[in-house]
Design a protein around this ligand. Structure first.
Ligand SMILES: NC(=O)c1ccc[n+]([C@@H]2O[C@H](COP(=O)([O-])OP(=O)(O)OC[C@H]3O[C@@H](n4cnc5c(N)ncnc54)[C@H](OP(=O)(O)O)[C@@H]3O)[C@@H](O)[C@H]2O)c1
Length: 415
């Protein structure tokens, strides 16, 4: 099969490299050679032979020999127009572009269906972790009740360093930027939008219908401090940025938030730039996928796995994806969590209010003070709905005149 790559940056050049390194094995597996005929890029000094490198997309679109196109340019435009034009010509398309899949994935899936070709996007979530295909194939018979993951290497690197070094967010972000793990403009990662796009794709995959990342409640990690990590250590917990989707009967819940998680959670040990995705099915129970969620070669490897699928299924429509019907996500206020809460002052004078507002069983109030500090303490609430919790925070502050400095949603260690 003759293919073209659109965009020869980190991932596009990685795809060419994986195809070269594993050429013999790929040919053996799919029964024919996979030949890179064109690379589309705007630059000319990228080490690609002149007979392959082009800057005019219409050459690819109009070449009947090209049966498959890999989109690794990023962004929505012109990636959308290019992929759409290729699908309309019956060319299979593979992308690593989560922004594209989140924004117009359902349209592209339906165009692929109409033109009897396939649109694959394994690398758009979890880089080298095969989560899309696992949901589509391996868990096809499962009723998936929850998918929760650490899906952004930059934020996981920062949170891991904060825990290990007792460092604050700002200095760790600067270190991550120096090491090339964070962009100069890091907002998409640290404000949670990258995770939110991937969470939207997972919810769409799991539900079979479309959701928009804009509808997912999203908080990043800017407000997580070294003090939060000191408390977490006292509690035997850690803090991770999680994207989560849950299905309860016909209702869908989804959010992206920093969470305090206990050692018993398999995501506890997912550190540094690694990603982990925990999947819960009604018959399957809990399972976890773990690996490199980004980076040139792991992501390119996922793209190549899609190329192989496309060659194997070149004559049939595989149907990976979801419909254009929108699903409704329940409001954040209807999610229930236990909350780790940092309160101004010492606990003695406010125990009554804390018990009344945050704990059903008053004996459960276990205040934690760091090294004898008297300016603040922390505790963990009962599990309660977010809407009730926020109301109770306001009531507590009004009644006592004490501030609640910060809270982080938690999963309590099971007794
Ligand atoms: N990097 C990762 O670890 C990773 C992991 C998972 C998914 N992804 C996704 O993969 C996609 C590509 O990421 P990347 O890191 O490879 O980005 P990148 O290094 O910036 O590569 C994109 C390439 O596409 C070229 N390009 C952009 N617009 C073009 C156009 N209209 N015509 C021709 N060439 C064009 C760019 O050229 P110029 O430089 O001249 O603009 C650049 O060479 C993104 O959607 C990203 O979210 C990346």
């Amino acid at each position: 099969m003759k293919i073209a790559i659109l965009g020869y940056g980190t991932i596009g050049s990685g795809v060419a490299e994986v195809l070269r390194i594993n050429q013999a094995q790929i040919e053996k597996k799919v029964g024919e050679p996979v030949e890179l005929k064109y690379v589309l890029d705007l630059r000319t000094d990228i080490g690609v032979d002149n007979d392959k490198l082009i800057s005019d997309f219409s050459v690819i679109k109009n070449d009947p020999e090209i049966k498959l196109v890999v989109e690794t340019m990023g962004g929505i435009h012109p990636a959308y127009e290019f992929v759409k034009a290729c699908l309309e010509k019956g060319k299979h398309c593979v992308t690593s572009n989560k922004a594209l899949v989140d924004a117009v994935g359902s349209k592209l899936i339906s165009i692929a269906r109409e033109h009897h070709c396939n649109f694959y996007f394994e690398a758009s979530v979890g880089g080298g972790i095969p989560v899309i295909r696992t949901i589509y194939h391996n868990y096809a018979g499962e009723n998936l009740t929850e998918i929760t993951g650490i899906m952004n290497g930059t934020t996981n690197f920062i949170l891991t360093k904060m825990r290990e070094k007792g460092a604050d967010f700002e200095e760790t972000l600067v270190e991550a930027q120096h090491l090339g793990y964070a962009e100069r403009d890091p907002s998409s990662d640290i404000d949670g939008f990258d995770t939110s796009r991937k969470t939207a794709i997972l919810l769409s995959m799991a539900s079979g219908n479309r959701c928009r990342h804009e509808d997912i409640y999203t908080e990043g990690i800017r407000a997580v401090s070294k003090l939060d990590f000191l408390y977490a250590r006292e509690l035997g917990m850690t803090i991770k940025l999680l994207g989560s989707v849950q299905q309860v009967e016909d209702k869908y819940f989804a959010y992206v938030v920093p969470m305090m998680i206990p050692k018993s959670d398999p995501l506890f040990s997912v550190d540094g730039v690694y990603n982990g995705i925990r999947i819960v099915g009604n018959c399957l129970g809990t399972t976890m996928l773990y690996g490199m969620g980004a980076g040139k070669m792991p992501t390119a490897s996922a793209v190549v796995s899609d190329i192989i699928a496309a060659v194997r299924h070149q004559h049939d429509f595989q149907g990976i994806g979801w419909t254009e019907k929108m699903i409704q996500i329940e409001p954040m206020s209807s999610n229930a969590f236990a909350y780790f809460v940092r309160v101004e002052g010492t606990p003695d004078a406010v125990k009554k209010e804390l018990r009344e507002l945050f704990l059903e069983d008053s004996s459960k109030l276990v205040p934690i003070a760091l090294g004898g500090r008297t300016d603040e303490f922390a505790f963990i609430t009962d599990v309660m709905f977010e809407g009730d919790f926020l109301q109770n925070v306001a009531e507590f502050e009004e009644k006592t005149g004490r501030r609640i400095f910060h809270f982080i949603r938690t999963e309590k260690e099971e007794d």
